[in-house]
Write a protein that binds this ligand. Sequence first.
Ligand code: NAD
Length: 733
Amino acid sequence: MTDFTYAVDADAVATITWDTVGKSMNVMTQEAFMTLNDMVDTALADANVKGIIITSAKKDFAGGMDLNAIAKMKEDGGDNPAKAVFEGVMGMHTILRKIERAGMDPKTLKGGKPIVAALPGTALGIGLELPLACHRIIAADNPKAKIGLPEIMVGIFPGAGGTTRLVRKMGAMMAAPFLLEGKLSTPKAAKAASIVDEVVAPEDLLTRAKEWVLGAKDADLVKPWDAKGYKMPGGAPYHPAGFMTFVGASAMVHGKTMGVYPAAKALLSAVYEGALVPFDTALKIEARWFTNVLMNPSSSAMIRSLFINKEALEKGANRPAEPDQRVQKVGIIGAGMMGAGIAYVSANAGIEVVLIDAAQEAADRGKSYSEGILDKGISRKKVTEAKKAEVLARITATTDYAALAGCDLIVEAVFEDMKVKAEVTKKVEAVVGADCIFATNTSTLPITDLAHASARPEQFIGIHFFSPVDKMLLVEIIRGKATGDRAVAKALDFVRQIRKTPIVVNDARFFYANRCIIPYINEGIRMVAEGVEPVLVENAAKLVGMPLGPLQLVDETSIDLGVKIAKATKLAMGDAYPDGAVDTVLFAMANEGRLGKKAGAGFYAYDEKGKRAGLWDGLATAYPVADAQPELTEVQHRLLMAQVLEAVRALEDGVLMDIREGDVGAILGWGFAPWSGGPLSWLDMIGAARAVAICDDLTARFGDRFKAPALLRDMAAKGESFYTRFAPKKHAA
Ligand code: NAD
């Protein structure tokens, strides 16, 4: 069995049908490319064949390149992986270029066979690069289909001619959102952007494709860039308009990426340099830059965390072997900010929801939150009235606990108060069935302690959502001491239903994400107290790829929450509490009513519309800026180490059980420098020995919080990396 099949019909039209063996979505591998190549050769060599349709037997066309195959291409290269990658990519170019030229005479551009791509649904990455090499792209009018080149999202760029072809087809300016932001479109939107040529009713797809093949003329097969006198739309770099585009694009990309994403820079270089030379040379330049990106450790780490491992976790890599635990009816207690969000994502995933609050008005308000999101979707034409009605009909907003009967999962999101939560647990357990799993969305209270209120602690678990629930991709599942496997499986199946990414951690103060993020915020505040220029603190964070500086982050999450957490932590830790210097600043801000963004005043000043208006100038009065300022790298090391050392300690303590979860959770949970692939990937990138040296230096100057954990020291001594020492075991998915 091969991933492509070949058939010639009575009208002498060959159809090459993509149907990746054993997968629901087509993905391209090197072997599959070879099969495709052989079939194209057969069709071109067969004098009887009039033309070729390339299509899919699945509901979609293709999801992209098998990124494992890219990783393998590098591994197979032995001592010279760059050469192997470059040659592999050039091999793909040769095949796609052959499709594009389709046997035509290179001088007269005549005599080629028409080749059409017929896309039944989604076409991503190589799934669009292959059609772009065909002479025509016809897509089925499937509003669920996504068409685009999302490679940039995992740290690479379209390297099988997609970059060069799209830019030559639509111009650099128009291609920018598709290449630089990985913008995806529906077939109709892709037609409007002239990425695809035609959109037809799904049932007409193959008929229309065949009609086009049989009616195509020689001129229909010649790509603009192969025709005489081709000029790039919008102008090449030395054209006045093109010049503006390229200058603007460089500045924009740098502004957005802070220069930390190698793929964005390489993409721009491939586009700029490629635009100055003939098409085939441009492909070679694209291949060189693509190789350059693949050889950068950032791209491997991003592919590993954001694609391979993220997908493995979503598919249940750490799911205990329990029967199907998909949720039919979920009860959500507390219809506040979190409960309302959890109700929306559940109902949107087809789950029946009972949303409870202490007062009917509060429950109704929680439900109207869903209405608001759906209305926004309608105004953006993403949601239909029918879909809105269907989702809202699934949510019952009530104060009546009896409505919880028949729920197989409860998610409690009431006030962060042990006593309130304990009462709710008891009240719920009195009405739900014996099999029901009880989850708490607490962000700070130990699951093991909360489970004391439950008569069935093995069915008690933490499911920690991040705010805002409908936007944040990560869900942290927390195993209490008594939590059983079925509860874990239930939580994982629920997270899969609502299409988020789960990590499963053991119970400890602040679990995983908050445990790492709090020291980051604290280190930023501590530097302000020391007299480090606040703007240096914020910019250092952004220049190392953090989405928000620590001061902006605490403003967004609110300074009073910071105070609350600090007080509770101090109470729990007693004399061992290390953050007194931080509290001096934090408490003073709170006392002045500077509670962050929501108060329109915090470490930043805000205008009357609530927009940030620069760092608050009163900070300099309260915490005078020192004459001698630290180096940028030192500030960055402090901010990064504050987070990554906590991740290492979480692994040492057994809170993290799988390094993949440590990395994926960090990027999706709090935006940890995605270019690095996550905290543990970053440590692997710099090496344990260098990490220990940085820790030793920071410890000597700033204190024991930077002390290298024993695990890191041991790894440094043995020359180990996290991904070799803790290579994930193969679990059944
Ligand atoms: P919130 O104050 O917005 O909502 C809490 C809701 O619970 C209120 O509507 C309140 O009326 C209701 N409630 C209180 N006692 C109740 C009872 N006995 N029965 C029924 N309803 C009751 O709070 P929130 O921000 O949604 O947080 C809820 C939980 O989620 C807390 O445990 C919090 O720590 C956790 N959490 C919050 C965030 C966040 O960013 N806000 C993130 C993760 C987890």
